[in-house]
Design a protein. Structure first.
Length: 366
């Protein structure tokens, strides 16, 4: 049975009776190996963990200081790789019982069938029982994840996940020690071309999620900073390239080229933007390529990247020109306004294509 081959991993901070009841329910549904990580809860909560230790199907790991959910998950996976060599993988679940034992069973079965994919238990967040802040936060995060990484995940904040044994070593190496670790996991899976398998699960919120240790401002900031970190680098590289383009154009057009023409071609008049604009564009494009390759996407060797970059630049230029004309002629939109709208959309498209095609990492290519 899938339940007997998988290990349920539960990080826990300041538990209550729901944790012990949840472990009993997991055992009743066939799970024989459960690992609970006490994330520095302190002596006041020792009775709950002591009760769990009396359960032969449950093992409790602990350390004195609170390190965060991400640290607890990685700590537990490291132990499971050593102590359970025949385990098919882990089912990560929250300690408040919102992830039911039948749902854990379903994820264990899917994980066994599809060990090369990250299995995500996905809640229906449209119901009235979902707190408004959770509903809005999840929808916003799902939208931006789709925009930046190309995958629609309806529940990016789910804690119920199936991680096969072959994926666990890579999960342990992913940075992050608190709630942002789970988002970083999704980002890395996307970058590594590891697919996602969505499994619908029950939507349970106890007391409007009042028992959650998620800090709305602090943890949300960490998650969104992580989500947008690479995109902000891309935007910064684009801004610097634009500044370089304008600076070089003005330098060439106002001073250098007129001086050169006066010194070496006294009989010729210089009165065209073609040459300074062309030189400035080529220089700024090469600068943008270099910065994106080494700073934004961190790819030091990528065969054919420059050719793909040039091809993409040509395609984006053509798409921009055609769409601006289309908006102007078909909708009567002002060309200036059309350019702002079209280039904004193409900016995000450009980022996605650069990430997934131009600057593919060695892991992505393999």
């Amino acid at each position: 049975m899938a339940s007997q081959q998988a290990v349920v991993l539960i990080p826990s901070l300041h538990p209550d009776d729901r944790l012990t009841a949840y472990v009993r329910d997991l055992v009743a549904h066939g799970f024989k190996r459960i690992v609970v990580v006490d994330d520095g809860s302190g002596p006041d909560y020792a009775p709950y963990f002591d009760e769990l230790r009396d359960n032969p199907a449950c093992e409790v790991l602990s350390y004195p200081d609170n390190r965060g959910k991400g640290y607890a998950l990685k700590f537990g996976m490291q132990h499971i790789l050593r102590a359970y060599p025949d385990a098919t993988g882990v089912i990560t679940a929250d300690s408040d019982g919102q992830h039911t034992a039948p749902d854990c069973l379903r994820l264990a079965q899917v994980m066994q069938e599809k060990p090369d994919r990250l299995i995500l238990g996905s809640r229906d967040l449209s119901g009235p029982q979902v707190p408004p802040k959770s509903k809005a936060g999840n929808r916003l995060t799902s939208f931006f994840f789709m925009l930046l990484y190309g995958h629609w995940l309806p529940d990016t904040q789910t804690g119920l996940r199936g991680i096969s044994r072959r994926l666990m070593p890579r999960m342990i190496d992913i940075p992050g020690s608190r709630y942002e670790y789970e988002m970083n996991m999704l980002i890395h899976m996307s970058g590594w071309r590891i697919g996602f398998e969505i499994v619908p699960i029950q939507t349970i919120y106890h007391d409007a999620n009042a028992g959650s240790h998620f800090r709305p401002f602090h943890d949300s900031w960490r998650i969104y900073k992580l989500l947008f970190s690479n995109f902000f680098k891309f935007a910064s590289a684009s801004a610097l390239s634009t500044l370089l383009d304008h600076a070089l154009f003005n330098l060439l057009d106002r001073w250098l080229l007129p001086a050169l023409f006066t010194a070496f071609f006294p009989g010729m008049s210089y009165n065209s933007a073609l040459l300074p604009n062309g030189i400035a564009r080529v220089c700024s494009a090469l600068f943008n390529y270099r910065v994106n390759r080494q700073f934004v996407f961190n790819i030091h060797k990528s065969k054919g990247a420059l050719l793909r970059y040039i091809l993409l630049a040509i395609l984006v230029y053509l798409a921009s020109s055609l769409l601006i004309d289309a908006f102007h002629k078909l909708l009567g939109m002002d060309r200036g306004l059309a350019k702002i709208l079209v280039d904004t959309v193409l900016f995000f498209v450009n980022y996605r294509v650069m990430k997934s095609w131009v600057f593919k990492s060695p892991e992505e290519r393999s």
